[in-house]
Design a protein around this ligand. Sequence first.
Ligand SMILES: [Zn+2]
Length: 135
Amino acid sequence: MAGEEGGSSGSSPAAEPSPGGGEAGAAGGEGAGGGGGAAYDGKCVFCRITHGEEAGTELLPCEHEDLVCFRDIRPGAPHHYLVVPKNHIGNCKTLKSEHIPLVERMMAVGKTVLQRNKFNDLNDIRYVSRKGSVW
Ligand SMILES: [Zn+2]
């Protein structure tokens, strides 16, 4: 990894990025994927979004090339954004310790997006993982 992390190392608002649950990219159905390192799964809506194949989803600026951020198509909150890695990760069970930095970056990106949208109450952030992720 090149470059330095941007400084959000202090408080972590609502949830800890636990090794077992930080996935944000498995909507297509359980058991799909898991093919061992597939970076793209055409059945996975997040993969289609990250590849620009979901015309209705506008990708938001994201400072990490391996992540994408977008507004949820059915927002469950006034500010409901999703951050997903471009590389498909089947589900949280496939997450390994090597993914922890990725998950932490996803959370940092989510925070940045919220702040960019003038949403500064970081105590009210919910990080949800697994299917239907809310970050
Ligand atoms: Zn995917």
